[in-house]
Write a protein that binds this ligand. Sequence first.
Ligand code: RIB
Ligand code: NA
Length: 308
Amino acid sequence: SNVKVVVVGSCMTDLVSYTSRLPNPGETIHGHKFNIGFGGKGANQCIMATRLGASTAMVAKVGKDSFGENYLENFRNNKVDITHVGVTDEASTGVAPIAVDDSGENCIIIVAGANLKMSVEDIKNAEKMISEASIVVCQGEITMEATKAALVTARRYKVKTLMNVAPAIENLDPEIYKNSDIFCVNESEASVCTGLSVKDVNEAKVAATKLLSLGCGSVIITLGEEGALYTTKDGSQHITTEKVRAVDTTGAGDAFVGALAYYFAYYPALPVTEMISRACRVASISVQAQGTQSSYPSRDLLPQVLFA
Ligand code: RIB
Ligand code: NA
């Protein structure tokens, strides 16, 4: 196939409430706006890569319900190949109730549902497509067996693997590290993976070194408005980014990962630090609008320097 970016991951229907502040345990508060959006880290990343111009496919599972049907239509509208998006009647489409406060900060609960019906068999069915891709991208919202099978399959065909362990997973299967060419996490996820405190660039360097020792080819730790840290066996480089006023940071990490996948697939000769810098820029544009996929910019609305 001509698909260059294959995302093996999650689809969730985002149920987003906008509130002046996040609620405390036991508390009821008023929100001032509600939106239903297309989310799930896997699908978000896939849509971001697609908006930048990538030819993409999603390997995923939705429920046999209206959320699932709408999701398939969303993929079709965005021109994502859905040959390997299954529909199951064993669980409902994943949902994510989300609260976003006035500063753009969020809280998310995911009920993964159909995403947890992803099996090794599903990956087998997508083997041909994976083998012909430039890069395979995974996250932490489907079954670990399926994720592991996707990474191992990609590796077998020398297809680049990008693993984004989001949300954080304790005691991650060692095979995940070993089969990740690029291992990408934010500070709190890096902390859960390593058991170390990761609150600044220096602590991130220590954590990245530990992650490398577990067998990842390279490590990217995103640092919010401080940019990102890129670490290989040759050392760490801190990539800074311009600060912006955030409206809604939900899905910014996914915008980053999706953009990164696009650059690896379409600009393989760019220095990785430059890919990271550009992906940070795309992510920072996404935080300036509400929602996840609904805030992802398409290529024609972006500065052309991002495509030089
Ligand atoms: O990263 C943001 C995403 O996390 C949301 O779209 C939500 O669905 C959860 O998966
Ligand atoms: Na956003």
